[in-house]
Design a protein around this ligand. Structure first.
Ligand SMILES: [Fe+2]
Ligand SMILES: [Fe+2]
Length: 165
């Protein structure tokens, strides 16, 4: 059975590849094709973490509350940049500005998640729990294929922590 942390790292690798593909896209149609898929994946991934990973980390991590508050704040910044990109013509300066903001925020966030949140999670989650959450993660992606029934709305980081402690 898949470990949730491995599934998360797979997504992170896909995000890095997705942004690299944007560098190679040569016209608006290619940019749109790469960005639409990447943006949707980023949005679904954040929702999946907020539904499955962070509720556990906030309760059991050594610095769970702080790491969770940071992560929700980062997810909001990435969501905002994605939403901003959709207001502009693909390939325009304003579109690129929003996409680069998403890229920078995401790169910073992945590093924090991989170096702080996930190590903390691993210290407190045994193999069985990781497998159980991994199964939930896969189900979440199936239930929310193409973002079905996900609002992609920002969440108040402090409120999220209070609600899940
Ligand atoms: Fe992540
Ligand atoms: Fe995240």
């Amino acid at each position: 059975m898949d470990d949730i942390t491995a599934l998360i790292l797979d997504d992170h690798a896909a995000f890095r590849r997705g942004f690299a593909r944007l560098d190679d896209a040569r016209d608006p149609a290619e940019l749109l094709a790469v960005w639409e898929a990447l943006a949707l994946h980023l949005d679904i991934h954040a929702e999946a973490e907020e539904a499955i990973l962070y509720p556990h980390l906030v309760r059991h991590g050594d610095d769970g509350a702080e790491e969770t508050e940071d992560a929700i704040g980062d997810h909001n910044k990435i969501r905002d940049a994605i939403a901003e990109s959709k207001l502009h013509e693909v390939g325009s300066d304003a579109w690129w500005a929003a996409v680069w903001r998403a890229r920078r925020e995401n790169s910073e966030h992945l590093a924090e998640e991989e170096d702080e949140a996930l190590p903390d999670f691993r210290r407190h989650a045994g193999v069985e729990l990781r497998a159980e959450l991994g199964a939930r993660w896969l189900r979440f992606y199936g239930e929310h294929k193409n973002g079905r029934n996900l609002p992609f709305r920002d969440k108040d980081p402090e409120r999220y922590v209070q609600d899940h402690r």
